[in-house]
Design a protein around this ligand. Structure first.
Ligand code: GLN
Length: 199
């Protein structure tokens, strides 16, 4: 939050990082784009935005960020992945392209583009106890779903049919949807709370 020492980072290799930075700054947080290992080492938390996970994977390896980011995740840095970012945090990725890797950390399996071409993008209301009432309007864009969760993983939100779309495990948070697009800042506030608690 404003006045705290280290900024919060948003991985800015690709995707909708600008929207996350705008929401964080709107909440009074010091937010910076992260493209280099030196920038990663300065932040107190990191958001991995939506975009295209196979491209983000390639760019993160090309920019030398993949290994430092895996180490940061393992050492307890609070990290929140939205949509493609959720895929990047998953230990197991289903329907990945050939050779696609993730950073991992969340003991889950996610399926990319899980809603298929019939229902590429949609919006719905989700009940999410950790952010409170009322239900949160959620935007899904070629979204992944969480197909299985390990024992240490908490499910934060599910669709009406039971499919899991938000999870938390220790320092890590993942959502299939895009809270940066709706003007409802409760999920960003929840993440900033985790960052403050870890500091
Ligand atoms: N389908 C994209 C992927 O596989 C994710 C889409 C998104 O982030 N909105 O990475």
């Amino acid at each position: 939050m404003a006045g705290s020492s280290a900024p919060v980072g948003v991985l800015a290799l690709q995707g909708d990082f600008r929207e996350h930075i705008a929401v964080l700054r709107g909440l009074g947080a010091d937010a910076i784009p992260v493209r280099r290992p030196t920038e990663l080492s300065e932040v107190s938390g990191l958001i991995i935005p939506g975009g295209e996970s196979s491209v983000m994977d390639k760019l993160s390896r090309m920019f030398g960020l993949a290994e430092p980011l895996k180490a940061a995740i393992a050492s307890g840095l609070p990290v929140w992945g939205t949509c493609a970012g959720l895929i990047m945090l998953a230990d197991r990725v289903l329907d990945a392209i050939d050779g696609q890797e993730s950073f991992g950390g969340l003991d889950i399996a996610v399926r990319r583009n899980a809603f298929g071409s019939q229902l590429d993008s949609f919006e719905t209301e989700l009940d999410i106890p950790v952010v409170g009432e009322p239900s949160l309007h959620a935007v899904f864009i070629r979204a992944p779903v969480v197909e299985s969760v390990g024992v240490g993983v908490t499910t934060l939100a599910s669709l009406h049919d039971g499919r899991v779309v938000a999870v938390e495990q220790g320092n890590l948070l993942g959502t299939s949807f895009h809270p940066e697009m709706t003007g409802d800042t409760r999920f960003h506030e929840y993440f900033l709370g985790k960052v403050a608690a870890a500091a």
